[in-house]
Structure formats: C-alpha cells, structure tokens
Write a protein that binds this ligand. Structure first.
Ligand code: GAR
Length: 216
C-alpha cells in the first residue's frame, strides 16, 4: 500500500477534497494507495477535525514549540517518516521548509499554490492578482523544490477574474478549482503517470486527462 501523508496548517478544504476523491475513486483498490496520516503545524487547524472524523491518524508538530526552523523540520521529518510516505502532499501548509527537508522528499512532495505560477509566488496571491490587473488567475500543483513556489509544475487550473471581484470572491473561484486539480494531480503521480526527473516534470501517460483545467 502506498502511503500519502498530508501536511496542513488550517481549514483543510483541499485535504477534504483529496479524501473525497480517494473514497469516491476507491484509491485503496484502484491505486493501492491511502491517505495514511495528516500532520498540522497548528494545533487549532480545522483540517485536523476533518481527518479525525474520517478515522485518520492526526498529529500536531507545533512550530511555536521549536526555536529554529531546523529543529521544527527535523521533528516534522520524523513524524512524516514514521508514516512511510510514498508521497507527501502540502495541502494548505503554510511553512517554508528547509533544504534538508525538501531534499529528503525530492520528487515525492507536491504543493498546491493559489496562483498560476510563476506569477504571484508567496502570500496574498489573490490580492497580488487583483493589484496586477490580470484577467486570468488560478492555481498550480507542483513538485516542491528549493525555490519557494518554484518547483516543476504538474498541473494548473485557470479561472477568469471579474471586474467586480474582491479577494474573497476570487479566492473562492480559485479554491473550487484547487479541489479538482489537487486530487487529479495526486492520482496521476501515484499512478506513475506523472513523475519528477532531474528537477523536471515528466508526463508518461495521462490517458487523455488534462493537466490544464479551465474553470468558470
Ligand atoms: C489553499 O488556497 C492553498 O492553495 C493555499 O492555502 C489554502 C489552504 O486552504 N496554500 C498556499 O498558499 C501555500 N503557499 P485549505 O486549508 O482549505 O486547503
């Protein structure tokens, strides 16, 4: 069985979408894969409740209990490794990871980011998009590399930006697409249809499934 470990920091809606897809598509049978555990760096993360309600093991590695990034990442690595991950999914995980952590899971750690990278890395991506006046915005799922939000892209979902959009309305439109994009990308990586090779994303056989989504 391939274990997927999810790291979260808050609400957990992407985690929920992933769990829904795994159940709907019966990943345990079709992919021999399961979400093996959920780890949050915040004790109050609502996503922990979502995971617990489905009987998943959860754990908190509170970054505030650590005096350095190295010490936090070492504790996180220990917790992740204990779950024997095939794939680590950053599903709304809001901590920058050290090089040692990134190296350990090179090619088997992916992140969902709320912009069409390489545009708008970092935080407040919807505010950045509105300020830039772009007409198209979206989300990206990518392998995690040493560059913040800069790893090889797996898939992207685009949505229109409306003239009367606020950060909230735009965020909601993007989030709905994240919930489609992330499970699809996770599944394709678990299937081996998409993989990371020397820092690049290699598509082997996505069987006609698009990694470029267009939402309304
Ligand atoms: C999502 O929009 C995700 O793309 C973003 O945080 C939100 C988490 O929501 N992630 C990042 O900004 C990572 N840099 P969720 O907890 O409801 O999934």
């Amino acid at each position: 069985m391939k274990n997927v470990v999810c790291l979260i920091s808050g609400r957990g809606s992407n985690l929920e979408a992933l769990l829904d897809a795994a159940a709907r598509e019966q990943w345990e049978h079709t992919l021999r894969a399961r979400i093996a555990g959920v780890i949050s760096n915040r004790p109050g993360a609502a996503g922990l409740g979502i995971a617990a309600a489905r009987g998943l093991p959860t754990q908190v590695i509170d970054h505030r209990q650590h005096t350095s990034r190295d010490s936090f990442d070492a504790a996180l690595m220990q917790a992740v490794d204990a779950l024997r991950p095939e794939l680590v999914v950053l599903a709304g995980f809001m901590r920058v990871l050290t090089a040692a952590f990134v190296d350990r899971y090179a090619g088997r750690m992916i992140n969902v980011h709320p912009s069409l990278l390489p545009a708008f890395p970092g935080l407040a991506t919807h505010r950045q998009a509105l300020a830039a006046g772009v007409r198209v915005h979206g989300a990206t799922v990518h392998f995690v590399s040493h560059d913040l939000d800069g790893g090889a892209i797996i898939g992207q979902a685009a949505v229109p930006v409306h003239a009367d959009d606020t950060e909230e309305t735009l965020a909601a439109r993007v989030l709905a697409q994240e919930h489609v994009l992330l499970p699809r990308c996770v599944r394709l990586v678990l299937q081996g249809a998409v993989r990371w090779h020397q820092g690049r994303t290699v598509e082997l056989d996505v069987a006609g499934e698009s990694l470029a989504l267009f939402g309304a």
